[in-house]
Design a binder for this molecule. Structure first.
Ligand SMILES: *[C@@H]1O[C@H](CO)[C@@H](O)[C@H](O)[C@H]1NC(C)=O
Ligand SMILES: *[C@@H]1O[C@H](CO)[C@@H](O)[C@H](O)[C@H]1NC(C)=O
Ligand SMILES: *[C@@H]1O[C@H](CO)[C@@H](O)[C@H](O)[C@H]1NC(C)=O
Ligand SMILES: *[C@@H]1O[C@H](CO)[C@@H](O)[C@H](O)[C@H]1NC(C)=O
Ligand SMILES: *[C@@H]1O[C@H](CO)[C@@H](O)[C@H](O)[C@H]1NC(C)=O
Ligand SMILES: *[C@@H]1O[C@H](CO)[C@@H](O)[C@H](O)[C@H]1NC(C)=O
Ligand SMILES: *[C@@H]1O[C@H](CO)[C@@H](O)[C@H](O)[C@H]1NC(C)=O
Ligand SMILES: *[C@@H]1O[C@H](CO)[C@@H](O)[C@H](O)[C@H]1NC(C)=O
Ligand SMILES: *[C@@H]1O[C@H](CO)[C@@H](O)[C@H](O)[C@H]1NC(C)=O
Ligand SMILES: *[C@@H]1O[C@H](CO)[C@@H](O)[C@H](O)[C@H]1NC(C)=O
Ligand SMILES: *[C@@H]1O[C@H](CO)[C@@H](O)[C@H](O)[C@H]1NC(C)=O
Length: 497
């Protein structure tokens, strides 16, 4: 994880983007003057370029021998690149752009002297190890050439970016889906990132400074990025349906840690969309990372409305039974006020009772009044504010008009369409039994038959099998994987020790 955050919150600001040394098509070689040009690539400042089929372009990077990773024994140079767009007739298996690099300028005459890496999935990375002998030489230069393959269409071009740094990878990708869907209704969706910080310092966060942004693509582009899916540049420059400027974004601490949430509105019903989360290291010009995308589907009718950021039931963020005469704001307030009113009486009762759990409690010896109040609140929110779906999934309970979970909903919300209720998770009930004094006599249903009347649990699938309201419920515990290949991972471990 440390490497991950090291990547994400790291930036180096350099300006002055120089043009690449473009020699046109053919295998023409750079003149001595061009080769010795000291400009070219600057630290952590990618260059964007367009290259034609069979063309070769040249770059150089002046190594700064007084900075960077590995100062004490050798210098390491991180080379990364992204393909932003490629000819439409290129298949996933076709040879992509090739990058040659060497500290010996003779490589421009003979590419066999250079090391070579190909772009894969629109991404290229390499690690150049500066020869120890050259550290005394103040003018160590890394020479780079990018070569495009042949293409039957002689007018075809690739657009790419290449970035060099002595400190970090300018472009990155992550095969984790760092964003997840919270819920949808028929025309909107709520998506959150993973935990952004672990230190609890949420005071000075400002969402307009966030590195993360979300791109929503129509499902018809599901295969559009198949051969460019690891390219930050391609995702940012593709035929996006809703770009970040159209999404409402804020921070939330609903699940314990700090997360960024994106409210996507104006969607069509019963429609699938693809969400790509990207991270810009410093705006659009200094590289970034792309995460694995995920698909989601909107509900098929407006029986449910997605509500979140409730004041009292602050863990609630899901679709609820609605009535079209109520705005989302009114709906949210009505449910929230109802739960809060019900909580008042419990709160009074709690004050009359010694709340510490007995020492022989099987779960934990120390349970306080606060634990009990919190577990009760979560349970109360889950049962007062039913989770609504328009899908008939095993375990969901069908609710006809006038036949809701309780009469308060029948009388006050008055849902006007049939919907399915996602029942609260069983562990929401277990938590109160565990955390509250025995004097309250809370019991959860014991037999499977009675559990099914009010709670449901089941296996993981595309849709939740039960509604969890509370802290850190590990629905899926996926292992964290590193982005980098083993060579780079090794370097980073050395660096952090
Ligand atoms: C080399 O790196 C050092 C330390 O980061 C910096 O102070 C210096 O300005 C750099 N030199 C050049 C030529 O960029
Ligand atoms: C790519 O190559 C693999 C293995 O050689 C093959 O199974 C796959 O069908 C090829 N894909 C395309 C798009 O040609
Ligand atoms: C560069 O490569 C050429 C050809 O292999 C070699 O003769 C020359 O010594 C090399 N230069 C350096 C500085 O290593
Ligand atoms: C957040 O940052 C933006 C631009 O940097 C600024 O206009 C805004 O006032 C900031 N908001 C807060 C709450 O600090
Ligand atoms: C996020 O942070 C909270 C609070 O530190 C923690 O309880 C939760 O498990 C974390 N979630 C993940 C997915 O790491
Ligand atoms: C909704 O559907 C209409 C008609 O098919 C289409 O023009 C529009 O782009 C779609 N909008 C979204 C956000 O999917
Ligand atoms: C791109 O697709 C390849 C397989 O085709 C997969 O291994 C890789 O994780 C994907 N990259 C991202 C960022 O999702
Ligand atoms: C709270 O308790 C009082 C007295 O028992 C009762 O009249 C009132 O209806 C209760 N409030 C709610 C919201 O249940
Ligand atoms: C709860 O238990 C702790 C430790 O046993 C004790 O110090 C504290 O006074 C108890 N509090 C109440 C309200 O009984
Ligand atoms: C929901 O699905 C179940 C099982 O497939 C079926 O028995 C039931 O009739 C369906 N309910 C509705 C309202 O279609
Ligand atoms: C209740 O259902 C669960 C899950 O299907 C099963 O593991 C358990 O054995 C059942 N318990 C009883 C008493 O039937």
């Amino acid at each position: 994880m440390r490497w991950f955050f090291f990547i994400l919150f790291y930036t180096i600001l350099c300006i002055d983007i120089d043009e690449p040394i473009n020699l046109g098509s053919g295998i023409s070689l750079p003149s001595l003057e061009q080769r010795d040009k000291s400009e070219g690539l600057q630290e952590f400042t990618p260059i964007k370029s367009t290259i034609g089929q069979s063309e070769t372009q040249f770059f150089s990077f002046n190594v700064n021998t007084s900075s960077g990773v590995g100062e004490y024994y050798e210098f390491l140079i991180f080379l990364t690149g992204n393909i932003c767009s490629q000819p439409s007739n290129v298949d996933a298996n076709d040879t992509s752009l090739a990058v040659y690099y060497s500290f010996n300028s003779s490589m421009f005459q003979n590419f066999e002297l250079a090391q070579m890496e190909l772009f894969h999935n629109g991404y290229f990375q390499a690690l150049a190890d500066v020869p120890i002998t050259s550290t005394e030489n103040q003018n160590t230069v890394l020479y780079i050439a990018v070569r495009a393959p042949q293409n039957v269409d002689i007018t075809s071009t690739w657009m790419y970016e290449i970035g060099v740094s002595q400190n970090d990878l300018v472009f990155q990708w992550d095969d984790r889906s760092w964003a997840t869907l919270v819920d949808t209704d028929e025309d909107s969706a709520l998506i959150v990132t993973g935990n952004l910080t672990s230190d609890g310092d949420y005071e000075n966060v400002n969402v307009s400074n966030s590195r993360f942004s979300l791109y929503i693509y129509s499902d018809e582009y599901r295969h559009y990025f198949d051969s460019l899916n690891s390219s930050w540049c391609a995702i940012r420059n593709g035929p996006v349906l809703l770009d970040p400027s159209k999404l409402e974004s804020s921070f939330t601490t609903r699940s314990g840690g700090l997360q960024q949430q994106f409210h996507v509105t104006g969607l069509n019903s019963s429609t699938r969309y693809i969400a790509y989360l990207v991270s810009d290291f410093a705006g659009k010009d200094f590289g970034g990372a792309v995460y694995q995308p995920f698909e989601f589907e909107t509900m098929d009718k407006d029986a449910c409305d997605l509500i979140y950021d409730l004041e009292f039931c602050n863990k609630v963020a899901y679709a609820v039974p609605n009535n079209p005469s109520l705005t989302k704001e009114e709906l949210r307030t009505m449910y929230d006020d109802r739960a809060q009113a019900l909580f008042q009486n419990f709160s009074k009762a709690l004050q009359q009772i010694p709340c510490n759990a007995s020492q022989d409690s099987v779960f934990s010896p120390i349970r306080t009044c606060d634990d009990c109040a919190l577990s009760y609140k979560n349970w109360l929110c889950a049962v007062t504010i039913p989770r609504c779906s328009t899908r008939n999934i095993t375990g969901y309970v069908s609710r006809d008009v006038g036949n809701n979970r309780n009469s308060w909903i029948d009388d006050n919300i008055q849902p006007y369409q049939e919907y399915y209720e996602v029942l609260p998770c069983f562990n929401v009930c277990e938590a109160i039994v565990r955390d509250c004094p025995a004097d309250f006599n809370f019991v959860c249903p014991k037999h499977n038959d009675s559990i099914k009347l009010s709670y449901y649990w089941g296996v993981d699938g595309e849709f939740p099998t039960c509604n969890f309201v509370g802290d850190s419920f590990d629905v899926t515990s996926t292992a964290v994987k590193l982005v980098v290949n083993s060579l780079l991972a090794l370097v980073v471990l050395v660096h952090l020790i």
